[in-house]
Design a protein around this ligand. Structure first.
Ligand SMILES: Nc1ncnc2c1ncn2[C@@H]1O[C@H](COP(=O)(O)OP(=O)(O)OP(=O)(O)O)[C@@H](O)[C@H]1O
Length: 748
């Protein structure tokens, strides 16, 4: 609805008032910055003049004065950083202080409160809110309601009333570019404008157009865990990041970014999303990937396969003789049955006879095997196996200590009486050494009884596999089991850790009590959740038992046919533990034409909505020879570049093809970058990337490079191809050489 001059004048007046207040507060922060700087210089001057050079020889008083100075300096640094953050906030507000407004009359009240909503609060000296932070309780109504009856929750309870008007603004450089009243949800004009833009360097925030169903996820704190299922482009990652910003705002006294961890599919993606929180005025949380987390924990003496290497193997090695062996191995080790075998094995390790032995020192029984067993099976039974063994070891060492000491003293006396030594230090050293030697076997026995070698423990699963298989419901062929055993043991002996083995090892490591404490983590976000196996979820559960989890994924984007969750019901512990499943039902990323085309690839049709934004139909073009395909690719890239599309993704199936296409484009003077490994940085522009690394990313223009029947020739690759097509915002081109993949044949 367009607004009259009178309204424009009122709005401009309000904007000037807000800008004036913002400028005033910004000036205060700038003054404070100068003051803080002077104070810091003064403290340092005092430090040097009062204390001079600090040395331990100058006594404890000087050290204590020095520590006090350090505390002051630390506080000054903190104040300076806080002040800088506020300064940045006000500078941003001067550009665009708010984007929305609701007029709200509370029940049983007569005043119509104007609530302007922006990235941050702006409060004047009378404690009036000139602008509300988008995360403030009252702001939720902007996202949740149209005009009419509305309510919001705040610490005082539920506040109800009526929204009498709702307005949206675009303010740039401190000027209103446009504004309009909207009786409907935040849609069409603003959303369409945002979505039709070309992609920025990295992912951007969506605060101005968060949709109602997305807002429900962002602010949901009714359940400990959330599982969010949403089709490609439905805003799962965006929602996850805005949820983090919301939690940091709502619990600012209790949590900091260090209390939040996000698991992303790879580091390219981590880089790609790294701008969103700073844009929202918050520091980034701890970003990691499962692979990085795992590799940090597992032995460096093994060659550890990465996620990408595994994907490359699955997609590019089917001509190798050993391919089927490996696939069988992956399928078995990612199955729910194998997870249950590992659980049985842990139970077995906790209850099996460990062959504890009596410990004697010089014929005196220090602790009997029975007493050690009692420690393991009773006194320490609430601890995981590794902790029990550690405690037993320290207990025995503690019990031996007085006998060892007495023995050392005896030897010392003997040495003294022998008259062979005159130096006291030498006699102490010698007596220690003699006793150590005599006790060597005893200590070896203790170490042997309490040793914890993860790889040996893991080998134990396969040595005892038949014992556990009897308890599963599945009948395995004897030769298959023999194959799994030898395949695994051979690899372990050759110090090779395949990805699927690493997951199992990490599970055992965690459950047996060999992982660092993670109790500082209060929120865990798992993005691209479809690509983790049930066993990986068991690991998350064990690692972050007390944390609240937000798990976001799309089962239809399971890019690894063998390593995926399959069904959220498979996440036993998390899904049964105060958990709510929410669906995001609308897609925002792609044009209608691209969305409709991509969805035809799915084995089961989905009815999720999509934003009605139009573009060209996807181009599916076949070529009879490679040269023609390459010529067309080069010509099209140049033409899209001229049309000012910012990001062009050429998605190949494998990294091998990525390298080939990259060389081709480079040789033809195209300014292009390639991404081949999990750890590469994200770059905008013309990018060649293998299919499995493109997940989560998006491009203005996507080229699917060679969707021929030779490349995508298996049903297992259907969801991978779907995921690749859904990366396109505005243009999708599919090129193939010879025959088109059967996955697309019936669908175009
Ligand atoms: N409410 C919204 N307003 C504007 N843009 C939005 C909104 N929600 C999502 N988008 C845009 O849609 C695109 C897809 O969002 P996002 O990557 O968060 O979705 P996703 O569900 O994680 O996607 P995928 O699973 O396909 O990787 C992004 O460009 C994002 O900015």
């Amino acid at each position: 609805m367009s607004l009259n001059n009178y309204e424009w004048n009122l709005e401009n007046e309000w904007l000037q008032k807000v800008l004036k207040e913002t400028k005033k507060q910004l000036d205060e922060k700038r003054d404070a910055k100068d003051r803080l700087k002077k104070e810091a210089v003064e403290t340092q001057r005092e430090l040097w003049s009062d204390l001079g050079s600090v040395s331990i020889e100058n006594g404890l008083d000087q050290l204590s004065d020095f520590m006090s100075f350090m505390d002051i300096m630390k506080n000054q640094k903190r104040s300076h950083e806080f002040n800088e953050k506020l300064e940045a906030k006000y500078e941003k507000m001067l550009e665009s202080p708010y984007f929305g407004r609701i007029d709200f009359v509370e029940e049983n009240e007569s005043t119509n409160e104007k609530c302007y909503i922006g990235l941050s609060n702006l409060i004047d000296e009378d404690y009036d809110f000139l602008v509300y932070d988008w995360r403030a309780p009252i702001s939720s109504m902007f996202y949740d309601y149209e005009t009419g009856q509305a309510s919001y929750e705040c610490p005082e309870g539920l506040i109800s009333g009526e929204i009498t008007s709702k307005r949206q603004y675009k303010i740039n450089n401190g000027k209103i570019e446009y504004m309009f009243d909207s009786n409907i949800s935040i849609e069409d004009e603003v959303l369409q404008e945002l979505l039709s833009k070309n992609s920025d360097d990295k992912m951007k925030g969506i605060v101005t157009t968060i949709q109602r169903e997305q807002n429900k996820v962002i602010r949901n704190e009714y359940y400990k865990n959330l599982i969010v299922q949403g089709a490609a482009g439905s805003g799962k990652t965006s929602v996850a990041l805005h949820r983090i910003a919301y939690l940091l705002y709502k619990h600012k006294d209790k949590i900091t970014p260090q209390n939040i961890i996000i698991f992303s599919p790879n580091n390219i993606f981590n880089d790609y999303i790294s701008n969103v929180l700073p844009q929202l005025g918050e520091d980034n949380m701890y970003q990691t990937t499962f692979k990085d987390y795992m590799h940090k924990e597992l032995s460096n003496q093994f060659k550890k396969e990465t996620t990408s290497e595994m994907m490359e193997y699955i997609l590019d090695s089917n001509e190798k003789l050993t391919y089927q062996d490996r696939i069988k191995n992956i399928k078995f080790k990612t199955s729910v049955e194998f997870m249950n075998i590992l659980k049985q094995y842990v139970n077995y390790l906790e209850t099996m006879d460990r062959g504890f032995k009596d410990i004697f020192v010089r014929g005196k029984l220090i602790i009997s095997s029975k007493d050690i067993q009692k420690l393991f099976f009773e006194d320490y039974s609430n601890l995981p196996v590794k902790r029990r063994l550690e405690k037993i070891k320290s207990r025995i060492v503690f019990l031996i200590e007085p006998y060892e000491k007495a023995w050392i003293d005896e030897i010392y006396k003997e040495l003294f009486q022998s008259g062979d030594y005159i130096d006291k230090e030498e006699m102490i050293e010698k007596s220690n050494l003699i006793v150590k030697k005599k006790l060597k076997k005893t200590y070896e026995k203790i170490s042997q009884m309490t040793k914890f070698n993860l790889i040996e423990i893991y080998k134990g699963v396969f040595k005892n596999l038949n014992m556990f298989l009897d308890k599963t419901n599945i009948e395995y062929d004897d030769s298959f089991i023999e194959h799994i055993k030898t395949y695994t043991l051979d690899n372990l002996n050759a110090r090779i850790l395949n990805y699927e083995d690493q997951v199992a090892l990490l599970y055992l490591k965690g459950v047996l009590g060999d992982m660092p404490n993670t109790s500082q983590i209060k929120y865990v976000i798992i993005d691209e959740a479809q690509d983790y196996t049930p066993l990986q979820y068991e690991i998350f559960y064990h690692l972050f038992k007390s944390a609240s989890m937000t798990i976001l994924g799309d089962i239809n984007q399971s890019i690894n046919p063998f390593m995926n969750v399959g069904n959220y019901d498979n996440i036993y512990d998390i899904s049964k533990n105060d958990t709510c499943i929410i669906n995001l039902t609308k897609s925002y990323r792609s044009t209608m034409e691209i969305t409709k085309f991509s969805r035809k690839l799915l084995p089961k049709s989905i009815n999720d909505e999509y934003v009605e934004r139009h573009g060209d139909e996807p181009n599916v073009i076949g070529f009879l020879d490679e040269n023609h395909m390459h010529e067309k690719l080069i010509e099209d890239i140049k033409s899209y570049r001229q049309k000012k599309y910012k990001s062009i993704g050429i998605i190949t199936k494998t990294a091998r093809e990525t390298r080939e296409v990259y060389s081709l484009l480079k040789a033809n003077n195209i300014d292009v970058v390639s991404i081949e490994k999990d750890d590469d940085d994200y770059v905008n522009g013309v990018l060649v990337i293998p299919s499995y690394l493109a997940k989560g990313l998006e491009f203005d223009v996507v080229f699917i490079y060679n969707a021929s029947d030779k490349k995508y020739n298996s049903e297992d690759e259907r969801l991978l191809l779907y995921t690749c097509c859904t990366r396109a915002l505005h243009v999708l081109n599919i090129y193939y050489l010879g025959e088109i993949t059967p996955l697309l044949k019936k669908r175009i």
